[in-house]
Ligand binder design. Structure first.
Ligand code: HEM
Length: 273
């Protein structure tokens, strides 16, 4: 990335960083990165059923590739998580190939899409709130609270995965029948005025910040510390290298994808300075 150029930071930075990190953690060689990007490229506007259908061939290729590399001698690096999960044993039992591939696919998917949107949405928030961005640049010790506020403000994962009532019950004043499906609306909880003072204000020094962006309970996000670290490193690096970077269009022109459950930008056009 060169000083003075106009780029779409979404593709050039926000996607690349989490993809490289999760590939490195899993032990997937660098030559795989571009292939993954191509295969996953269509996984964008999944609010539309045709878009989901168009994304399927790419997903099938990813799963097929992960299955291939997860086999012994299949190409996964020896010091990565794929090799570690393949070898791990509990009470004399190992993961079956299907269990291994689904776990790797989960980590691969959960580990990049979400973090990409935390970094891009967080950068958009900082670049469209100039006083907050200056505050961070003047005092880098605000980075931890800044990342938490970006998590709350963007809420990259808008709702939990489905939950099912295991019996008939009344909950929050509503009647549920056994088997009924429901999901927790994390983005709504993150704007709850009884928990957050002035919830629609973006405030990088907000503390405490009891947001639910990583969920809660037994399914609380496994990668929360990794995601926090990636966002902090991404913000620190980009503002150090390009201290005067700015949006190259009016913030109101920036569009969000029509995508159920994930808050994702279409593009992040930036002038590097
Ligand atoms: C900003 C980034 C991230 C956000 C906002 C996020 C959000 C979430 C949320 C809300 C859940 C709970 C879903 C539910 O209750 O139904 C979850 C679960 C999970 N996350 Fe993340 N996540 C992020 C990054 C990551 C990363 C980097 C990884 C892995 C490297 C990861 C791995 C997982 C896994 C494996 C689960 C399932 C845990 C379980 O069901 O026990 N996540 N995440």
């Amino acid at each position: 990335m060169e000083d003075g150029t106009e780029i779409n930071l979404m593709t050039e930075f926000c996607r690349d960083l989490p993809l490289s990190v999760i590939c490195a953690m899993l032990g997937l060689p660098e030559r795989d990165h571009d292939r993954f990007k191509n295969w996953l490229g269509r996984l964008t506007d999944t609010a539309d059923v045709w878009a989901i259908i168009r994304a399927i061939p790419g997903l099938v290729r990813v799963v097929r590739h992960l299955r291939r590399v997860s086999r012994p001698g299949g190409g996964a690096l020896p010091d990565g998580l794929i090799a570690a999960l393949r070898d791990v044993e509990t009470d004399g039992q190992k993961l079956s190939e299907d269990e291994l591939v689904s776990m790797i696919f989960l980590l691969f998917g959960a580990g990049q899409e979400t973090t990409t949107h935390l970094i891009s949405g967080g950068l958009l928030a900082l670049l469209s709130h100039d006083e907050q961005r200056r505050k961070l640049q003047a005092d880098p010790s605000l980075m931890p609270t800044c990342v938490e506020e970006c998590l709350r403000h963007v809420s990259p994962v808008q709702m939990t995965k489905p939950r099912f009532a295991i019996r008939d019950m009344v909950w929050q004043g509503e009647q549920f029948r056994r088997g009924d499906m429901f999901a927790g609306m994390l983005a709504a909880a993150n704007c709850d005025p009884s928990k957050f003072e002035d919830p629609h204000r973006f405030d990088i020094a907000r503390h405490p910040n009891p947001h639910l962006s990583f969920g809660t309970g037994v399914h609380f996000c496994l990668g929360f510390q990794l995601a926090r670290a990636e966002a902090a490193i991404a913000f620190e690096r980009i503002f150090t290298r390009f201290p005067d970077l700015r949006l190259s269009v009016d913030a109101r022109q920036i569009k969000w994808r029509k995508r159920l459950g994930i808050r994702a930008l279409v593009q992040l056009p930036i002038l590097l300075r």
